[in-house]
Design a binder for this molecule. Structure first.
Ligand SMILES: [Zn+2]
Length: 879
């Protein structure tokens, strides 16, 4: 647990290189659950140019120091300065061998950073600053060295002993103990160190790299999960092949380990050759995991594997550069998923995620550039901004430079920086130099926070057949950043006739018209683009493929949106047009409701959705995306003052109205797709299930869905169909729901991952009563507040995905949640801080809710012994 010291702010501009090279690190672990003894030997050599003598500064946290020696001399407390998490040895000689011995206590480590216990095995999590909970070391990413790790433990309890690199020695020791040594030939920063010790079972496969290296692939899990590793293994093999084919990058060791744990703060961790995964992103069987889980596993396995080059071989100079590895690697995993599944569907899901999670962050108290300028607690900056917005910025390089230009930049990046800890500026320079272009202005994306708003207006002159689009970009002020500069925006567009035919485009001054999407560049605050020989007033198809991460404002007429939905060649634009139309309809009815008027169903929306439902050619997954109405939180973000009940009621009204109007189409399509064929894992089968289940969700609004859901539940052979039917029954409060939940619980009570779904189904149920259910579920034997997955499933889902529950007008949701934040902070500050961020948007609600949330924030802030993690979030929110 963190001590009650609010962390002090660290600034990017204060970066100083570490004056020492660490030439090698030898680690020796005497493994025990209660106490583990760690002996470290490190060779320090003063860097050229660092004026001697220099202090050696080390980081450590919660370490019980046994001894410390410098060049074989035992140091006493007079020889070093121990202050907080820093140990300083003043004026050390140019070549210094430092030996330390510490004791650490894995079983009592509930923060899940450093070495900790999960079930019956021990494992580590070191990113960002967990290594300092293992031993004294310069725990910063720009100190890279080679590691030799010796692990000794009781063989019956810890038959498997793993660390990074290749295994170099195994030995039997007296008293039933054994020793295993590992050596990693690649220098790495401490955050990539990993260790696993325990009784784990293994699934093994092989991959032959293109240069002929035979790599052994091993997934370690608890014995009962051995039959749930196939998909993860297949995803790993696909990732390795894809990175060779698309990025010309090959794996560099003879072994690749993945270990799955139920107790993990994040999704997974890319430790060199020893990835540690949240079991959610490894374990899958058709009856235990949904299609979304399968896709999540493929994406995360890819992500961690791709880090081997973008993150491990080339790492970050400091934590401000986190997006250097994360934005780039998210872009790579998005491309991998797009190549494996449907590119269009993947793109839409990415955009939906960005809008619903990153945009609010960029508009809230924690708004920060993808490369932040300061932080108090780095764990709070593993954000949608650094990851997802970071990836869109990498995507813009790709859009501007094209695939071959982008790959040239990647190649130069690796040529220049393999084995180094570098900065975002180094990446930008490699891209610019490889393509001989100036990207200086593009670099503003790294330093500016906030989501740019682009206001588009158009003018058609029938007499000259000239069509002009005027774009104005404004980035609103964010905390600490009042004035914003114009950004470089790749602007991909097309123009359609009102009948939906794509027009060939000729910009004024050009000699001929070119058909297909045009890529234009906007880099000024305001810019106009004029097209000539345009025969009629066109329908603009703007920012195709979502070419820049901006909010696009254009006053589309309903018939223009209908044209785009029906005819545009770009899947993102079609989807976005359907979302806009639905959003306009819901918000309008929300306004009518607030005025006391009756709500009415917009006929143009019905026509458009009828068109979508009648499309028998399109990918069913794309149709499913188009039919999914914008979620309540996203809609709330579009209002000046969020109307919690109004949005919920208006959205429900529109959905029900569409369901009634289009019932024949929904039930016809449902019947066709629900053909009783056995489960398949293919992309097309997943696409069909997604459309089938969205049809079911509409039918559940009309009354005909209940019996369909009951039948689907009874005959389902996979978790996707089971969950869709059950969730539907729970949401409509069907009498069938109670039995279904009970049967589900009885069947899966011993299965942690599946039980997460059971908690989610109940936590997400709208209404002010849900807080009572959630409170009661905390006493369920399958729930544990110490387990991050459980916390996210029950408490996180309630606070972040259940607006009418969390924002209950009496404040009961807020009070419950604030109690949980305080309770969690004593156990796991990182997770507590995530949960605290549910209050970040408090200023966007009505006066009553604002006052209630502020009270809870102040109550958290004044709780004694608050961690730096939570106090940073809460104090920013209150500021
Ligand atoms: Zn990552």
């Amino acid at each position: 647990m963190k001590e009650g010291i609010a962390g002090k702010t660290i600034y990017r501009k204060d970066y100083l290189a570490y004056p020492w090279d660490v030439n090698h690190l030898d680690l020796h672990f005497d493994i025990g659950i209660e106490t583990t003894i760690v002996r470290a030997e490190m060779a320090f050599e003063l860097k050229d140019g660092a004026g001697a003598p220099q202090d050696i500064v080390l980081n450590g946290s919660d370490l019980q120091l046994v001894s410390i020696r410098l060049n074989d001399r035992i140091l006493t407390t007079d020889d070093y300065v121990l202050e907080g998490e820093t140990l300083t040895i003043p004026g050390a000689p140019q070549n210094s061998i430092l030996k330390t011995e510490v004791r650490i206590h894995p079983a009592s480590n509930s923060a899940l950073e450093g070495l900790y216990l999960s079930g019956k095995f021990l494992l580590t999590q070191c990113e960002a600053q967990g290594f300092r909970k293992i031993t004294w070391f310069p725990d910063r990413p720009d100190v890279m060295t080679t590691y030799r790790v010796t692990l000794e433990a009781d063989k019956s309890n810890f038959p498997v002993l793993l660390s990074n690199g290749n295994k170099t020695e195994t030995a039997e020791l007296p008293s039933g103990r054994h020793r295993v040594c590992w050596q990693d030939p690649f220098p790495k920063p401490s955050y990539l160190f990993a260790l696993v010790a325990g009784d784990l079972s293994l699934v093994e496969d092989h991959f032959i790299t293109r240069s002929g290296r035979d790599v052994s692939l091993r997934i370690y899990v608890e014995k009962e999960n051995l039959d749930r590793c196939d998909h993860a293994m297949e995803s790993l093999v696909n990732s390795m092949r894809w990175d060779e084919d698309r990025f010309d990058l090959e794996y560099d060791l003879d072994i690749y380990h993945i270990v799955a744990t139920n107790d993990f703060n994040m999704g997974a961790m890319e430790n060199k050759s020893l990835n540690i995964f949240n079991s959610k992103y490894v374990l899958a069987r058709p009856d235990t995991a949904t299609d979304a889980d399968y896709q999540g596993i493929e994406g995360v396995i890819g992500h961690e594997y791709f880090h081997n080059w973008t993150g491990n071989r080339v790492t970050c100079q400091d934590w401000f550069q986190l997006t250097l590895k994360e934005g780039l690697t998210v872009f790579r995993d998005e491309e991998f998923s797009a190549d494996m599944q449907s590119r269009a569907v993947k793109r839409i899901r990415v955009v939906r995620d960005l809008r619903s999670r990153q945009f609010p962050e960029d508009d809230g108290p924690m708004a920060h550039p993808i490369r932040p300028d300061h932080y108090a607690e780095i764990n709070n900056f593993y954000t949608a901004t650094v990851y997802q917005k970071g990836a869109t910025i990498i995507r813009m390089y790709h859009t501007l430079l094209g695939e071959s230009g982008f790959q040239k930049g990647m190649k130069l990046y690796f040529e220049r920086h393999d084995g180094q800890a570098v900065t975002c500026d180094d990446f930008l320079s490699a891209m610019a130099d490889a393509n001989d272009v100036n990207l200086d202005r593009f670099g503003r994306w790294y330093s500016q926070s906030g989501t740019p708003q682009v206001f588009v207006s158009d003018h058609y002159d029938a007499s000259t057949k000239r069509y002009t689009l005027t774009l104005k970009q404004i980035t609103p002020a964010t905390p600490g950043q009042q004035d914003k500069l114009p950004l470089v925006l790749p602007f991909a567009l097309g123009l359609l006739t009102s009948q939906g035919e794509e027009l060939a485009l000729q910009l004024e001054g050009e000699t001929e018209a070119v058909s297909g999407t045009r890529l234009l560049i906007m880099e000024e605050a305001q810019q106009a683009f004029s097209f000539i020989n345009i025969p009629q007033a066109p329908v603009p198809s703007l920012f195709r493929d979502y070419s820049a991460p901006v909010k696009i404002f254009f006053d589309y007429l309903p018939e223009q949106l209908a044209t785009l939905i029906a005819y545009d060649s770009d899947a993102y634009v079609r989807w976005d047009a359907a979302q806009r139309m639905a959003q306009n309809a819901i918000l309008e009815q929300c306004r009518q409701r607030a005025k006391g008027n009756e709500m009415v169903l917009d006929t143009s929306l019905v026509r458009a959705f009828r068109g979508i439902m009648s499309d028998n050619q399109a990918d069913p997954a794309l149709l499913a995306e188009a039919l999914q109405l914008p979620d309540e939180d996203y809609l709330a973000e579009q209002m000046e003052v969020a109307d919690v009940e109004g949005i919920h009621e208006a959205r429900k009204f529109i959905k029900k109205g569409l369901a009634i109007e289009l019932e024949a189409l929904f039930s016809g399509r449902y019947a066709t797709l629900n053909d009783g064929s056995p489960y398949q894992k293919t992309a097309i089968a997943m696409a069909r299930r997604s459309l089938k289940n969205i049809c079911l969700s509409y039918l559940l609004e009309t009354g005909t869905g209940e019996s369909l859901a009951g039948a689907q539940l009874a005959s389902s052979d996979n978790m996707t169909d089971t969950l869709a039917a059950m969730q539907g029954l729970v949401l409509m409060d069907s009498p069938l729901a109670k039995t279904a939940l009970l049967e589900f619980e009885t069947k899966w009570q011993a299965d942690a991952l599946v039980m997460d779904k059971w908690f989610i189904m109940q936590a997400i149920k709208p209404g002010s009563n849900t807080v009572t259910t959630v409170r009661a579920l905390m006493d369920h034997p399958a729930f544990s507040i110490q387990n991050p997955n459980k916390v996210r499933a029950l408490i996180g889902v309630f606070a972040m995905l259940n607006p009418t529950g969390f924002h209950a007008a009496d404040g009961s949701g807020y009070a419950f949640h604030a109690d949980r934040v305080i309770e969690l902070d004593a156990l796991n500050p990182q997770i507590a801080a995530r949960m605290a961020s549910a209050f970040n948007r408090w200023k966007r609600y009505d006066e009553g809710r604002k006052a209630l949330m502020k009270t809870e924030l102040e109550r958290i802030a004044s709780a004694g012994g608050l961690s730096g993690d939570v106090s940073e979030i809460v104090s920013n929110a209150l500021r």
